[in-house]
Design a protein around this ligand. Sequence first.
Ligand code: C5P
Length: 230
Amino acid sequence: PEFWAVIPAAGVGARMRADRPKQYLRLGERTVLEHTLNCFLGHPTLKGLVVCLSEDDPYWPGLACAGDPRIARAAGGCERADSVLNGLLHLLSLGAHVDDWVLVHDAARPNLCRDDLNLLLGELAEDAVGGLLAVPARDTLKRAGKDGRVRETIDRSVIWQAYTPQMFRLGQLHRSLADALVSRATITDEASALEWAGHAPRLIEGRADNIKITRPEDLEWLRERWASRE
Ligand code: C5P
């Protein structure tokens, strides 16, 4: 089987309170999205890459990589899962096989390192289901009531934070995601679609610094790291 990547990049990033979606904010010399795409573009194992973009996205054409023939474009959807589904359909239209692997990675995670990507590819290549990069919970975890008071402390030894890339078979992911969306299940990542379909994705421990930029301080934190790198 071949390996493909889908990068959903059609979000608006409202929690960043910026003048443009977070994937188009600068991180060092380039935008967040360009760094994310570069993690995958240079990889020898990957056959192709699809980026999911809003139909009225005015920023993409200005990127240096916009005309790169290795990058295919698909339309974004209302929710992340809709964008990913469009990306998978595009892969099928490019001739990808249902048994091929697809890695779905958030555009807003530009700090994925090559070692983690290789770890995921290596650990899951023979797996029956697939899985995802994830990080074990570090802090003590509380379940809150609506009043903002602690109801209980949760056993953190079984809790993980789901990161990306998430790697599944194209056919199985497409079916699970499409069925889950039709059933209006809450799907916030690819693994939750597979879980909904009765599968148990494998957790592969990755680096905690593969963060998803969500709030302004996340980007500040990455900018400091980039400044010492460039
Ligand atoms: O909003 P959130 O941080 O969860 O988004 C995760 C990723 O999914 C981002 O890269 C974002 O651009 C993408 N996304 C998308 N289509 C949407 C919503 C989010 O491609 N409708």
